[in-house]
Structure formats: structure tokens, C-alpha cells
Write a protein that binds this ligand. Structure first.
Ligand code: HEC
Length: 107
């Protein structure tokens, strides 16, 4: 019976990291990762830099920005209105909360 227990242990440990992965998959699916990466600037700022610049108090403000687009905070490039690209308010909020969770650990 030992091999079966080993399989169960592997499956259980994989499930622990599933929510973070699901969020990243959503960001991929919704095209956020065409313009953003977690740890480097592409067209938009690195998500780690966004996380460092805001707190959980900014979730509503950032959700609106993701939905409606805009510019002027990180440079001259503007974010497209993601609501025109099929992103719902609930998805935008979930993605913003995920982005803010990507703060770099203090050294
Ligand atoms: C066409 C490129 C593009 C796409 C697609 C895109 N972004 Fe952005 N994003 C940008 C740019 C450019 C900025 C910087 C805007 C600024 O300087 O105010 C930005 C800024 C942001 C910010 C910080 C806003 C602020 O005011 O500081 C967040 C959060 C964000 N994006 C999340 C997302 C999410 C979530 C998605 C997917 C639903 C997404 N972005 C899709 C280009 C993009």
C-alpha cells in the first residue's frame, strides 16, 4: 500500500499552490501578461513593482483602472480598457488582489 500513500501526498502538496497558479492562469488567459510580467517591466510595470507601490486599500481604485484603462502613473504608455477585452469586474478585482500579493519578501 505504500506507493498509493506517496501518490496521495504528492497530489495534496500540489493542491496547496493551486490558487496562486489559478490567478496566474487567469492573467495569462485575459492577456494581462502580454503587457505585464511579475518581475520585469514590459509595456506595463512589473507586478512586483505595482505590489510595492500600493496596499490592500487601493484594490477598488486599481480594479477601476484595470477595467477602464488609463495612464500617467508609470510612464507614457497607457493601459487599454480591459473591460472592452472581456474582463469582468470580479475578474479584475481578483487579478488586482493577486497582483498586490506579489510583494517581494523583505531581504
Ligand atoms: C496593452 C497593454 C496592457 C494590458 C493588456 C494590460 N495592462 Fe495593466 N498596465 C499597462 C500599462 C502601460 C500600465 C501603466 C499605466 C500608468 O502608467 O498609469 C498598466 C498598469 C497596471 C496596473 C497599475 C495601475 C496604476 O495605476 O498604478 C495594474 C494593477 C495593472 N496594470 C493590471 C493589469 C491587469 C490585471 C491586466 C489584465 C486584465 C492588465 N493590466 C492588462 C498595460 C497593460
Amino acid at each position: 500500500m505504500k506507493p498509493l500513500f506517496a501518490v496521495i501526498a504528492v497530489v495534496a502538496s500540489a493542491a496547496i499552490s493551486a490558487p496562486a497558479l489559478a490567478n496566474q492562469e487567469l492573467a495569462q488567459k485575459k492577456g494581462c501578461l502580454m503587457c505585464h510580467a511579475i518581475d520585469k517591466k514590459i509595456i506595463g510595470p512589473a507586478y512586483q513593482d505595482v505590489a510595492a507601490a500600493y496596499t490592500s486599500e487601493h484594490v477598488e481604485q486599481l480594479t477601476k483602472k484595470v477595467l477602464n484603462g488609463g495612464g500617467g502613473v508609470w510612464g507614457t504608455a497607457r493601459m487599454v480598457p480591459n473591460k472592452d477585452r472581456g474582463v469582468t469586474e470580479a475578474e479584475a478585482k481578483q487579478l488586482v488582489e493577486w497582483v498586490l500579493s506579489l510583494k517581494k519578501k523583505a531581504p
